[in-house]
Design a protein around this ligand. Structure first.
Ligand code: NAP
Length: 306
């Protein structure tokens, strides 16, 4: 492709779509490249979102779809492709995908993040056979069965609340004696009668025979070991940024997040990072969407100068 775009946005989660909407309205010739035609990024795996202003209780899938349709209506352009590299050449960027090569004056990294692995024995062996990283995707397989959720953040506690509505019993295994999750989610958890929290508990091994049978844990205060019987083990111990494409293009921090401030500028000229892939304190849909707007404002100034 010889055409040089103003902007190439990699990723179509809330941050990429927010960026696409603002770019379209600003008259910037932008293309959103998405690996997966299912819009919305991580949000599609969320049953209900209650903290996005003006859309109380909206389903994650519906939210992604609504964002996508809004961006499309404003004139955003999309291409389905998997990008393998980004490189600077003669003042522009060459972005290579499986289907095409794109030339662009600015690049917006909006690849998001994915769930971290625990790295305990049995985790990999039983992934897809009882071990899962997505309660809303896989929870229905464990209807009326016992499950375990590992973690103490928003995702773990939301997962435990969701599973409590489907499963006979849910054990939340957390390594400390207090949860990191928002108070509103904690209140929902403690209101569930079929949830037990194993405090100060370290997961040691997922055991089973073809499928998951239990999770072995130990209490870090007493050293006491125990076996929690479960058909499903849901792991929700944080996120890892999907920043591989940015390596060598701009600076990343020690955890792999692209270093960028509120203006979403990275260390490379004309390269922006938005949403969960960038360094920030609050990774939520509302802050991801806001990043899209900020990146376009920064890029407009860059495009005017170049
Ligand atoms: P998170 O907030 O980083 O929580 C990760 C949890 O896993 C923590 O409780 C942590 O324990 C635990 N953990 C980490 N490594 C572990 C290990 N090796 N063994 C055992 N436990 C381990 O991550 P998250 O829950 O995935 O959420 C990611 C981001 O998305 C957060 O910023 C969150 O606020 C946001 N989010 C927001 C919403 C919402 O607003 N509705 C919904 C979902 C997610 P410690 O607490 O001891 O560190």
């Amino acid at each position: 492709m010889n055409e040089i775009r103003d902007m190439l946005i990699i990723g179509s989660g809330p941050a990429g779509l927010g960026c696409a909407l603002y770019a379209a309205r600003a008259g910037i010739d932008a293309l959103v490249v998405e690996k997966n035609p299912l819009p919305g990024g991580q949000i599609v795996n969320t049953t209900e979102v209650d903290n996005y202003l003006g859309l109380p209780g909206i389903g994650g899938f519906e939210m992604g779809d609504t964002f996508r349709r809004h961006a499309e209506k404003m004139g955003a352009e999309f291409a389905e492709d998997e990008i393998s590299s980004v490189r600077a050449e003669d003042g522009i960027y060459i972005v290579s995908g499986a289907k095409a090569e794109y030339k662009t004056k600015t690049v917006v990294f909006a690849m998001g993040a994915h769930r971290s692995k625990l790295g305990i024995p049995g985790e990999e062996e039983f992934t897809g056979r009882g071990v899962s990283y997505c309660a809303t995707c896989d929870g229905a397989f464990f209807r009326n069965k016992d499950t375990v959720v590992i973690g103490g953040g928003d995702v773990a506690v939301e997962d435990a609340v969701y599973l409590a509505g489907l499963c006979s019993h849910v054990t939340l295994v957390h390594r400390r004696d207090e949860l990191r999750a928002a108070k509103s989610v904690q209140d929902a958890l403690f209101a569930k009668e079929n949830v037990t929290v194993a405090w100060n508990s370290i997961p040691d091994e997922v055991t089973g025979d073809g499928v998951v049978k239990s999770l072995n844990i130990h209490n870090k205060e007493t050293g006491e070991k125990s076996e929690v019987p479960a058909s499903g083990v849901f792991i929700a111990v944080g996120m890892k940024p999907d920043s591989d494409l940015a390596e060598g293009v701009c600076d990343l921090d020690e955890k792999g997040y692209i270093i960028a401030g509120e203006d979403c500028r990275t260390s490379a000229p004309g390269v922006y990072a938005v949403g969960d892939v960038r360094t920030k304190t609050l990774r939520q849909v509302i802050t991801a969407v806001a990043d899209g707007a900020c990146a376009v404002t920064s890029a407009e100034a860059y495009l005017r100068e170049h």
